[in-house]
Write a protein that binds this ligand. Structure first.
Ligand code: MG
Length: 165
C-alpha cells in the first residue's frame, strides 16, 4: 500500500456544440448570447471541465461515471449542483481544492466583460480566495469548429491538498 498523497493534481476538458436560442451557461454564469450549448444538462463546459479535474485528482473517474447522460435524473441539471456533489466526494476522499487555473476557448460572445464575474462565481462555488483562481479566455483564431462558432471548449487544472488527519 502506498502512503496517502499530501497533494493531488487533476485536469479536465470539455467541449459542447452551440446552437441558436439555447441558454449559454459558462462557469455558473448565464451569458447574454444568441447561441447556447446543446447538452443534456445545462451544458456548462467550464464547470464540466472543473468537475472532471476534481474527479481526476481524486482518481474517481469522470463526470459520465457519476452523472450518466440520458439519465432523466440529470436532464437540464444545473452543473453547479453536480459540482456541489463532486466537492462532497472530494471532501470524503480527505482533500480540499487549493487552486484552479481555467482556459476557455470561444469565438463569440467576447468574454472580456465576463471573466471577472466567472472568476468570482468560481471563488464562491469553491470557497477559495482570489489569488487561488484564474480564468483565461481565448479564441480559436477562426479555425475549426470553435473558430466558426459551432462549439465552446474549456480546460481546467486543479490542485488539492490533504486535509485533517
Ligand atoms: Mg459537458
Amino acid at each position: 500500500v502506498t502512503p496517502p498523497l499530501a497533494w493531488r493534481v487533476g485536469q479536465g476538458y470539455d467541449i459542447h456544440r452551440l446552437a441558436p436560442n439555447l441558454p449559454f451557461w459558462l462557469g455558473g454564469v448565464l451569458l447574454d448570447s444568441p447561441v447556447g450549448c446543446v447538452a443534456y444538462s445545462d451544458g456548462d463546459v467550464l464547470l464540466h471541465a472543473l468537475i472532471d479535474a476534481l474527479l481526476g485528482a481524486c482518481a474517481l473517474g469522470d463526470i459520465g461515471d457519476h452523472f450518466p447522460p440520458n439519465n432523466p435524473q440529470y436532464k437540464a441539471m444545473r452543473s453547479s449542483i453536480m459540482l456541489a456533489h463532486v466537492l462532497e466526494y472530494v471532501t470524503q476522499a480527505g482533500y480540499a481544492p487549493q487552486q484552479i487555473d481555467c482556459t476557455i476557448v470561444l469565438e463569440a460572445p467576447k468574454l472580456g466583460p465576463y471573466k471577472t464575474i466567472i472568476k468570482n462565481t468560481l471563488i464562491q462555488l469553491l470557497g477559495l480566495s482570489v489569488d487561488r483562481v484564474n480564468v483565461k479566455a481565448k479564441t480559436a483564431e477562426g479555425l475549426g469548429a470553435i473558430g466558426t462558432q459551432q462549439a465552446v471548449a474549456a480546460s481546467v487544472s486543479v490542485v488539492l491538498m490533504a486535509v485533517g488527519t
